[in-house]
Design a protein around this ligand. Sequence first.
Ligand SMILES: Cc1cc2nc3c(=O)[nH]c(=O)nc-3n(C[C@H](O)[C@H](O)[C@H](O)COP(=O)(O)O)c2cc1C
Ligand SMILES: [Mn+2]
Length: 474
Amino acid sequence: MAFKDLREFIELLERENQLVRVKQEVDWNLEAGAIIRRAYELQERASLFEKVKDAPGCRMMGGPCGTYARMALAMGMSAEASVKEIADEFDSRIQNKIKPMLVSTGSCKENILKGNDIDLFKFGAPMAHDGDGGRYINTWGFIVTRDMEDTGWVNWGMYRQMIHTKNMMGGLILPGQDIGRMYQKYEKANKPMPFATVIGGDPICTIGGSLSAGPGESEADLAGGLRKSPVELVKCETVDIEVPSDAELVIEGHVLPKVRVEEGPFGEYTGFRTSPRAPRPVYEVTCITHRNNPILTVSNMGTPVDEADIVMTLAWRNEAARALKTLPVVEVAMPAYGSGHLVVVSVQRAYSGVAVHVANAIWGSKLGYLVPMVIVVDDDVDVFNLGEVVHAVSTKCHPVRGVHSRPNTPGHALYPFLSFEERKWGRAANLLLDCTWPVGWDPNIEIPPKASFVNIYPKDVQEKVLGNWNKYGF
Ligand SMILES: Cc1cc2nc3c(=O)[nH]c(=O)nc-3n(C[C@H](O)[C@H](O)[C@H](O)COP(=O)(O)O)c2cc1C
Ligand SMILES: [Mn+2]
């Protein structure tokens, strides 16, 4: 049931009326980015640009998984699947890792470019947002690297790449990310770090690349679990790295030690351009392999909802649920509109301070420097329903007792609410909104009854109304 490649996914999107084929020429310089951005904001279909200016023979796909419907389709689920169904399915599949398998060749080898034939500019890479530092060829792809020591650890990670020259790219390699951990070792030994950037292929592989299996573990196994079958890999031409055999575009080369060139900024997943232009590591390209008429997949991050909001909240909701395993938690949600900053948790009113306990557990996990906001509600609130969550915040959160501000917490440079100086150090603050009725409030006197259908009517009246619902004419 897994897709062999991106093109099978595109066929399905077309059958499901989830894709627009754009036949007229589109400019890589802002026009394509603006179309993709507006489409997200209207929750419109994905786009396939069949003619990209200055990129004969190349195509671009915008917003491949930018709605929950397309995310569900990528996972082989119904386009109508609810966010909770997708999230639960995602959680259960990534527990079941499946190792990739090596095959001898694949369609990614249809064209092999080396030496003077290497030209990163010819694939139509977009200037995605006005104000970006350059043309980003990798916005929805992942980079494969191998641990320098012979540990067998192979990492897949989604880290942006901007074109510097025909055969040079730059990108954000943070020391806390797995690629950063690997790069630090190579750089210390003054050795170039082999890499391969993978664009296109089964959309699940790209989603897998945006997850974190943790140091020593490979996201390829998570992708296998997510697609319920092993990813098929082929060997690269010029580096000792393997990549999905039916990728649209593979860029091979080395990250140079002790070289930095200015890169960025880029419109970010928080919906703001917070990261400044700065000297960052350089990827030198030794080979490009690609399919005939390659399709460059583009995610144009910004205000929600786009791929980053969907994928990060799926992955981090899983992380939060694991951190909360021993607490009296009923359900966990991360609304995509929270840009990855917000977790909503419903609890049983088991003991006083349970909301603080929940928030501390989340902030005590890896999410401590990623997720500054926690909302805790009683278990009569559907945490996947933003309307119900807003209602709980507005009516149950005491403006003083319910608000728990935490200064001096870790955060990162992209939190838009931090000052410039605070961003530099990731010197952040967190917020918990406790929207639970205090333990000890008498349910008959102090807790006001909730005036909703299931709460305010006796069971027999509810049953009668439900039984007659169609007869009333509804
Ligand atoms: C569209 C998108 C773009 C991303 N770009 C970057 C990036 O440029 N640099 C980065 O460090 N993380 C980026 N991320 C986040 C990482 O992919 C994510 O943290 C991943 O889990 C890291 O994997 P790792 O633990 O193997 O390093 C991006 C995520 C998405 C969804
Ligand atoms: Mn990793």
